[in-house]
Design a binder for this molecule. Structure first.
Ligand code: INI
Length: 174
């Protein structure tokens, strides 16, 4: 018998609900982070790490993998997913339009590539990659007035990891 499925009654139309909890104990997580715009990405990494630890993940259960830029995130995330060691991967990066005419290519390929890794591997890959017009907008989302997108991505990773653990614990017809 697997873990009991948490069914939430009262959803519209009598549909039962299933939602992951923010409980990371026992699971391993990887943070795959790019160093480009490192002042920003290191804050996103710290936000992600803090969120994981706050929700029961052991310090030794968080591995951080560093790559040069957002372009390299999908391939690195793919390699990490293939190890089979992680309940979820948090991708961290920062692409700022003002700094490159390549913005659209880098931002779009990072997003497309990371989504593809999640779909092909089945390992949740959450998106803590900022795509902003200015450094100020990025700073605001890296622990400033607009929160910390690294933290948000870690919370999404915790939720999906628990959701999938629960789904795997359920049985057809149960
Ligand atoms: N990488 C980023 O993560 N953000 C950027 O804003 C950026 N800019 O501006 O060019 C950037 N470029 C590097 C790129 O991701 C690769 O690391 C590089 O092209 C080597 O493959």
């Amino acid at each position: 018998m697997g873990q009991p499925v948490d069914r939430e009654p009262g959803a519209p139309g009598g549909v039962t609900g299933l939602r992951g909890r923010l409980e990371g104990g026992g699971a391993r997580f990887a943070i795959v982070a790019s160093r480009f715009n490192e002042l920003i990405t290191e804050r996103l990494v710290e936000g992600a790490r803090a969120a994981l630890l706050e929700h029961g993940v052991a310090e030794q259960a968080v591995d951080t993998v560093s790559v040069p830029g957002a372009w390299e995130l999908p391939l690195a995330a793919d390699r990490v997913a293939r190890t089979g060691r992680y309940a979820a991967i948090i991708a961290i990066g920062c692409v700022i339009r003002g700094e490159t005419p390549h913005f659209d290519f880098i931002a779009a390929e990072a997003a497309r590539g990371l989504a593809a890794v999640a779909l092909t591997s089945g390992v949740p890959v959450t998106f803590g990659v900022l795509t902003t017009e200015t450094v100020e907008q990025a700073l605001a989302r890296a622990g400033g007035a607009k929160g910390n997108k690294g933290r948000d991505a870690a919370l999404a990773a915790l939720e999906l990891a628990d959701l999938f653990r629960r789904l795997e614990g359920s049985r057809a017809g149960a």
